[in-house]
Design a protein around this ligand. Structure first.
Ligand SMILES: Cc1cc2nc3c(=O)[nH]c(=O)nc-3n(C[C@H](O)[C@H](O)[C@H](O)COP(=O)(O)OP(=O)(O)OC[C@H]3O[C@@H](n4cnc5c(N)ncnc54)[C@H](O)[C@@H]3O)c2cc1C
Length: 307
């Protein structure tokens, strides 16, 4: 069994950023990636410094090309399915049948989105969006609908008028508080309480929303907060603690991205309630640095963290 200093699972914004720090620290590392980053549904990525408007796949290609120049890095395109930990470190089984060992593990597996309406999926990342900072500018001045799917969605409707005229659909479940209702009014946001049951329009376009009472309300862009779940069971298999967030639970970490299990770090969307490529990358940098520091301390003091 190959044994690495660190295995990083997930090779997108968080995982590549973590791996880069460890590669530059000349540590032997394996990056395992299944190749399904969360933003793969969008044509272009926005707001990431130096990469604004670039295709997500191209950003990943550049990151991997640059990482591959470091001689201590191995990369495998595979799914890590099973993990266990003991005094000797971490053991991982991959979908290609390989078994690998590591002294430290970084989980950067991202999350999976569960959209509230079936008719949203074909439009996801095009006319159905989750983040105005990521894609609001590209759809500016169009008729916006916020379809509530989690507590706090009314706040999204409060900020959205900076991009276009907005209606907040509470779905009859996420009634704005008194304060939120006042803010929505001040910002010129209309409130509709009858649930939206279907998006109408050709292909990925939206022309209107069909409500449960049969009415059709014109709209061109929908913002919503999908339910999320961490996209791999590795953290659960290791017994990592989770934190409940507004859209789903995520891996609990401290300021150094250390999970509740010694020697196991987590970064990016899988370990955050705030979803953004730059933030995922920053957390990855921290996880990489913290894992390196843990290796150094272990070697210097002879005491080993038990995973
Ligand atoms: C439609 C859409 C558009 C977005 N646009 C933007 C934008 O323009 N700007 C912005 O800042 N943010 C954007 N985001 C948010 C951004 O995509 C995420 O914050 C970011 O991708 C998180 O990076 P990550 O590395 O944590 O996870 P991800 O990018 O989701 O990557 C996780 C990787 O881990 C791999 N993986 C998972 N489990 C395993 C396993 N068991 N074994 C091996 N590999 C595994 C996956 O295949 C994937 O490649 C968008 C999100 C969506 C949904």
């Amino acid at each position: 069994m190959d044994r690495y200093d660190v295995v990083v699972v997930g090779g997108s914004f968080a995982g590549l950023s973590a791996a880069m720090q460890l590669a530059r620290a000349r540590r032997r590392l394996l990056l395992v990636d299944a190749g399904s980053p969360r933003n793969r549904f969008a044509k272009t990525s926005h707001g990431f410094l130096g990469q604004d408007g670039v295709q997500p796949a191209e950003i990943m290609r550049q990151g991997l090309t640059q990482l591959s120049r470091y001689p201590s890095v191995d990369f495998v395109h595979a799914h890590a399915s099973d993990v266990s930990g003991d005094d000797a470190g971490i053991a991982l089984r991959l979908s290609d049948g390989a078994e690998v060992g590591a002294r430290k593990l970084i989980l950067a597996t991202g999350v999976v989105d569960e959209l509230p309406l079936e008719t949203m999926m074909p439009r996801w990342g095009v006319s159905v969006l989750h983040c105005p900072y990521c894609h609001g500018y590209e759809v500016r001045d169009r008729r916006m609908a916020v379809i509530a799917n989690a507590p706090g969605t009314a706040h999204q409707a409060v900020i959205l008028p900076d991009w276009g005229p907005t209606t907040y659909f509470s779905q009859g479940m996420f009634e704005p508080s008194k304060e939120e209702a006042a803010l929505l009014t001040t910002r010129g946001v209309e409130i509709e309480r009858t649930p939206v049951v279907e998006l109408l329009g050709e292909g990925t376009a939206i022309r209107a929303l069909r409500l449960a009472d049969g009415r059709e309300v014109p709209a061109e862009v929908v913002f919503t907060a999908p339910k999320t779940r961490v996209s791999s069971s590795l953290a659960e298999q290791l017994g990592c603690a989770f934190t409940e967030g507004p859209t789903g639970s995520y891996i609990q970490v401290d300021q150094l991205q250390q999970t509740s299990v010694a020697g196991v770090f987590a970064a990016g969307d899988a370990a955050s309630a705030m979803y953004n490529a730059t933030l995922a990358s920053a957390a990855g940098v921290m996880a990489g640095v913290a894992a390196h520091r843990a290796l150094v301390m272990e070697e210097a003091t002879g005491s080993r963290d038990r995973p």
